[in-house]
Design a protein around this ligand. Sequence first.
Ligand SMILES: *Cc1c(COP(=O)(O)O)cnc(C)c1O
Length: 580
Amino acid sequence: MMGNFSDKIFHRLDNIEDVEEFYEAIDRKHLSKSLSPERPYTYWTIELYDKANGIRGGGGLGVLAADTRRVAERQQVPFTLITPFYPSEPHQTYSNFENGAYHENVSYAQYGFKFIDTVNIRACGQICTLDVVEKQLGSTRILCITEPNFGELYSGESGGDHRLYQEVSLGFGGYQALKLVGLKPAIMQLNEVATFFAALARLDELASNGMDVYEAIVYTRKHTLYTNHTLVQAAEADFSYEQFERYVFPNLRSKAVRKWLSDKFDNGRIRLSTVTIEIAELRSGVSKLHARVANYHDLAGDKVKFKAVTNGIDIPTWTLPEIVSYLKDKEIIDKFDLPAEKYLENVEKIEAKDIRELKNAGRAELNRVLSHRVDQYGVHPVVEDDALVFDFKRRFVDYKRPWLPMTNPERLAELLEKYNIHYFLAGRVHEGDFVMADKLKNLLETVDRNPILKKRVHYLPDYDEELGRALSVGANVSINTPIVGLEACGTSWMKDIINLGILVSTHDGGVADCPSDSYLCVNGRNEAEEVESLYQRIEEAAKAWQNDFDLEQIIKTELKNYVPVISGSRMLRDYLNYLF
Ligand SMILES: *Cc1c(COP(=O)(O)O)cnc(C)c1O
């Protein structure tokens, strides 16, 4: 089933001569001097969500990493992504109102990774040997470190020993792996602080090869970008000095670097963001709002400034191919998936009958996927052709408020019945999160007690890329209700808009890059008001699908505002502009 999906992802543009043309299109002609196959852009991430290449992630952080690499591949930019290959991956099950899990073993060889050699790191008085494996994809590669007991993504406590072991392995092991395959990083982008140790490994290499430690810090800082996805520094787990004595210090060769790092502890504890800020002069947040409100301070107590580089998506991965062709034919996006020169004018040419026709094709794709997925009752959900599909698809976490549309079950039931709507919910509960597992159970018991909801609300367990894409292409309306101020960016809503769906959302994350009348905005001074606003917007969205004029207006407004935001090539251009 993944085979079918990945074939669609990796069709490449065949009319791009080489990277020079892309550099020219984004006004960065001189970049061919800064980036080369031997001196690539390096991207470090503890999470990658790219199952076609064997690696399953947890959510948006990993999807972003995968999309960034895909965009670089499509535009032929030299790019290396360094990440762990997790030998085990968790899956969610759901039956009899109980959240469950099973674990699957994965082998890198099965996904076309080639074994290169081994590297060593030191931990707890022992030498740990890590396999270095790689896969080349066009101008890019995925370079992984792994070993049979590496464990799963986000296993154990976030300040725990195993996480620290994984993070140190990625940083020190990954840095050696890069040298093993003969690469020098032109730039190191740290996708969140779990990758701090990669920059530390570079600093240690420079300092132990004779560079003055302060010069080494300046050099490392200038070539390191820290991309923050979190809002509150205080929420981050910390590590103890004693943990660093077991896992980190044994990997440092430079006494001066060891001293530098030791000095960063406060009462015997350290937060990785504190030191990441010290080692990276370039810092970015993932949407305009997020970059503005992320509340981080450096050791001197000064507020850290983040450059806003709003996330984008790899459009061909997440969009129905017929829709991609349509947007290109209408010259709304160009061959680089950037907004075309006259996209604002060209969006005006979209007609409701095209939207309906393309959405029917999207529905067929959704139905194909639903034929091998089950709902909370273990059956394949079936949606009549004339019904509307609404969805809520995102990790099942508190701040995203998956229960918000269910606040008044009778009201929701009435709307679903009146407008013949099927409502799909998808989102995994993190294993061990008993609070959220309980909330999911309550929610689905509420559904079970109401005959209309029971017929029309479908929870799809084990949310993954396949479901994310199928719902984006097949749903008419998607709902996104994070508590305002808590979503860093989010990318699911981008998949919905580019697939010509109506977005009902609170004004948060990357959605807030554009004015609140760019989509159907849910607002209110408190949650009760937001719930009222949400039901009104649900009704408005359902009615719009009955009326060509309204449908056209909403879709055109969304595209005019968000095509530049959504474009992953625009995101890559913004990073390249900031970095070079
Ligand atoms: C797109 C996607 C995400 C991103 O989720 P947000 O909540 O919008 O950040 C997460 N998981 C999967 C499987 C996806 O396809």
